[in-house]
Ligand binder design. Structure first.
Ligand SMILES: Nc1nc2c(c(=O)[nH]1)N[C@H]1C(S)=C(S)[C@@H](COP(=O)(O)O)O[C@H]1N2
Ligand SMILES: [Mo]
Length: 198
């Protein structure tokens, strides 16, 4: 058993995990640009489309049959709240991309309901992103993106598209919903990339 040094206060230690300009919250705010879509699991699908038009699709039961991972991550919303140590379960994008043949550099995420967001494909690889279907030991609640949402915790949380429906792999970048509305194209919370010119 290790000895816990009391040199830092709890607050001081936690602040090391807090990007600039963010504050901690204990609750889980809901931020949605539109209504929560009602999705029928029998008809739900997740589609990856490559830049050549090749489609890779999973039904709900196919997605749930894939190996899933439990991850504990910090999330950071551009409206300045951060929540530390959130516990999720989902399918790694590495698993979904494993057999996908692509030379694309960019990804455009599409959600049920019409929301979109964009990011470099590299940011979905190497254990950095999941299609998450459980939160804190329960099925993901509809208002938080259930049945499944993208989880890309190293970028501001608007990149973590709720009600994810698919991903288009592209040679050229194309801004999504908030990126078109003046948010930063990349959105690294540690570099405080909130708005286009940050
Ligand atoms: N489909 C969809 N995904 C979305 C959004 C949205 O409006 N629609 N909002 C984004 C923003 S700005 C944030 S901060 C998080 C909020 O997720 P939460 O409601 O689970 O906290 O979802 C992101 N994903
Ligand atoms: Mo947000």
């Amino acid at each position: 058993m290790g000895v816990i040094t009391r040199g830092f206060t709890g607050r001081g230690r936690r602040d090391l995990n807090l990007p600039p300009g963010q504050y901690l919250t204990e609750d889980f705010p809901v931020l949605s640009a539109g209504p929560t879509p009602r999705l029928d699991l029998e008809r739900w699908e997740f589609v990856l489309a490559s830049e050549t038009g090749q489609r890779y699709a999973w039904t709900w039961s196919e997605l749930r049959a894939l190996p899933s991972e439990r991850v504990t991550v910090d999330i950071h919303c551009v409206t300045r709240w951060s929540k530390l140590g959130t516990r999720w379960e989902g399918v790694s994008l590495d698993t979904l991309l494993a057999d996908v043949d692509t030379q694309a550099r960019f990804a455009l995420i599409r959600s049920y309901g019409g929301y979109t967001t964009n990011l470099p494909l590299a940011d979905l690889r190497d254990g950095k992103a999941w299609v998450a279907h459980r939160y804190d030991g329960r099925d993901l609640a509809p208002e938080h993106g259930g049945p499944a949402r993208l989880l890309v915790p190293h970028l501001y949380f608007w990149k973590s598209a709720k009600w994810v429906r698919g991903i288009e792999l592209r040679h050229e970048d194309s801004p999504g919903f908030w990126e078109n509305a003046g948010y930063h194209n990349y959105g690294d919370p540690w570099r405080e990339q909130r708005y286009t010119d940050d």
